[in-house]
Design a protein around this ligand. Sequence first.
Ligand SMILES: Nc1ncnc2c1ncn2[C@@H]1O[C@H](COP(=O)(O)OP(=O)(O)OP(=O)(O)O)[C@@H](O)[C@H]1O
Ligand SMILES: [Mg+2]
Length: 244
Amino acid sequence: MTTAISAATGLRVDNVTLSYTGEPVIDRLSLDIRPGEILVLTGPSGCGKSTVLRALAGLLRPQSGRILADGTPVTTTSRDRAVVFQDNALLPWRTVRGNIELALKLRGEPRTHRRALAERWIEEIGLSGFADYLPKSLSGGMRQRVQLARGLAGAPRAVMMDEPFGALDTQTRATMQRLLIDTWRTHPTTIVFVTHDVDEALLLGDRVAVLGKSGQRLRLLLDIPEPREPADRRALREQIVAAL
Ligand SMILES: Nc1ncnc2c1ncn2[C@@H]1O[C@H](COP(=O)(O)OP(=O)(O)OP(=O)(O)O)[C@@H](O)[C@H]1O
Ligand SMILES: [Mg+2]
């Protein structure tokens, strides 16, 4: 599924220790994320998945070690590295169109182009007819679509996604997974996707990384080969579950 794409960023977690209070949450983790891949990060609750994402986004500085984006140390947030969380609040006073237009504005798209580009995104996420709705008038699944579009509309070189579909019902979740893959194919970017759902990990990931309990280093880093035959998937699933 992966091709190296020049517009996508390679990320490197280099012997990184992360902590909030002095006690390490992540202890000397190393992980290379290839340009243009979907790297799924999974592991038990509280093992530090969100913490790693925050560090990749530049929201949390390592206590030691380095986070690199295309070889350059990450020290702050950047529009090149977008984040999509489970419900990271769309601006409530802006419409669907307004929220997407803002992402386009922030990446420097001239006003005259924004409207048409936003319309295209709205169509792509299947929300034609809802452009003038405020977030509060949308369903959870619809809001999540807008967040996905807003995250990707800024043409980031990498996107960090923290259980973005965790709160959705099974069917909406399946739709969103397909939408993510389709959108990622047409708007290539590196994706680091956190989920604790093994099937979601197998469906979306080019590779799946399993973090161990509290502060341990990587338990497992698995290539998910294409095509994904059911028998192979079963074997991969067992390996992931055994590592959790
Ligand atoms: N802001 C914070 N201040 C202090 N400790 C924190 C903070 N955020 C997270 N932690 C601690 O860091 C550890 C890892 O938390 P993190 O949220 O990264 O786990 P997670 O793998 O994302 O869990 P989950 O699957 O439940 O989302 C936990 O022990 C948590 O209590
Ligand atoms: Mg988390």
